[in-house]
Ligand binder design. Structure first.
Ligand SMILES: O=C(O)CCC(=O)C(=O)O
Length: 327
């Protein structure tokens, strides 16, 4: 049993979808918000199952093949992605999800279900970091799949304007994987509605006031700022784990049917407790496109020209990242 307590956490602000509607809908905010049951009202709730998604075929009838993440990408060396057919992977997940439903386990997790149920809003607690030592994360993870540019008609399955009124440019990534996938600590430059269709995920969130403790990394990613903190390897990181322990985080247990608002520049890390289907919807208003979007595209151009953080990124197969901190 580890003596490392790590950061302290509080439960994320939580509201039911019905209560949010009674309050007149979502208002712009800078703190995360978990909306229970938002996704249950959308067509995706019935249409997006592992089995049904496994039946997807390209317009010409051919099977869908895409890139899968091969291990953690946010920290350490990014391995080359694997190009695999989606259908057999999803059929395996359908089987695993069925087993998980038949044998629910409230004893596992960074915050096991039976502990989480006893927590009160505002109460401070610590997580069980030993949980991450009990498995090897992300053997193969269908993460950041740009599914809706391949199947644009499926966009209608998520009534995102129901929780996010007003015009914005949006893009979506799907995350489908078995239990025990880990997405490493990072933040994204746009706001994000993270929609959970199947499975339970543990979401650790650190608002920007935690920046001094989050060990910003030099590794380049198009939309994200990465951290050197590898939550699966804290024992090997004496400097990072000490800094991380000073952070004050928010904990969201994201269950099937929930939508979590993740504000821009909020550090987060995600661990799946069960086989999961999630869709992250990122959005930028016109002023946000002009400020953040322009900056991000400029960095991307410099990166492609080998002038910005070349040799240390999530997008190209590379050597080990230098262990230096960002200024
Ligand atoms: O679900 C995951 O594994 C990661 C999701 C995430 O990092 C995001 O939506 O920004």
């Amino acid at each position: 049993m580890s003596l490392y307590q790590g950061p302290s956490f509080q439960l994320v602000d939580t509201i039911t979808s019905e209560e949010l509607d009674r309050q007149g809908g979502f208002q712009p905010r800078q703190r995360p918000l978990l909306v229970k049951g938002a996704v249950k009202k959308w067509p995706a709730w019935d249409k997006w199952s592992f089995d049904k998604l496994a039946d997807l075929k390209r317009k010409d009838g051919s099977e869908v093949v895409t890139s899968f993440q091969n291990g953690l990408v946010e920290q350490g060396v990014t391995k080359e992605p694997l190009h695999l057919p989606v259908a057999p992977y999803l059929r395996e997940l359908a089987e695993a999800a069925k087993k998980a439903r038949e044998n629910p386990n409230e004893d596992v997790g960074l915050c096991p279900g039976k502990v989480w149920k006893q927590l009160k809003p505002g109460e401070r607690f610590h997580l069980n970091w030993d949980h991450l030592k009990s498995f090897t994360p992300n053997k193969v993870y269908l993460a950041q799949w740009d599914i809706l540019s391949e199947f644009p008609e499926m966009k209608k399955d998520f009534d995102i304007t129901g929780v996010w009124p007003g015009w914005r440019w949006t893009w979506e990534y799907v995350f489908m994987g078995p239990s025990n996938t880990v997405t490493g600590v990072h933040y994204d430059f746009p706001n994000n509605w993270f929609c959970q269709v199947a499975g339970v995920k543990e979401f650790l969130l650190f608002p920007p006031e935690n920046n001094p403790h989050m060990c910003k990394s030099l590794k380049y990613d198009w939309g994200a700022t990465l951290s050197d903190i590898n939550i699966s390897k804290l024992d090997e990181q004496p400097v990072e784990r000490e800094a991380f322990a000073k952070a004050n985080g928010l904990y969201a247990r994201v269950e099937p049917g929930d939508a979590l608002f993740v504000p821009k520049e909020t550090w987060h890390s995600v661990v799946a407790l069960e086989p999961s289907i999630s869709l992250a919807v990122f959005g930028l208003t016109i002023p946000e496109i002009l400020i953040g979007g322009g900056q991000s595209e400029f960095k991307s151009l410099l990166h492609k020209l080998h002038l910005y953080r070349w040799g240390n990124c999530t997008c190209h197969r590379m050597a080990a990242a230098p262990a230096k901190k960002a200024a």
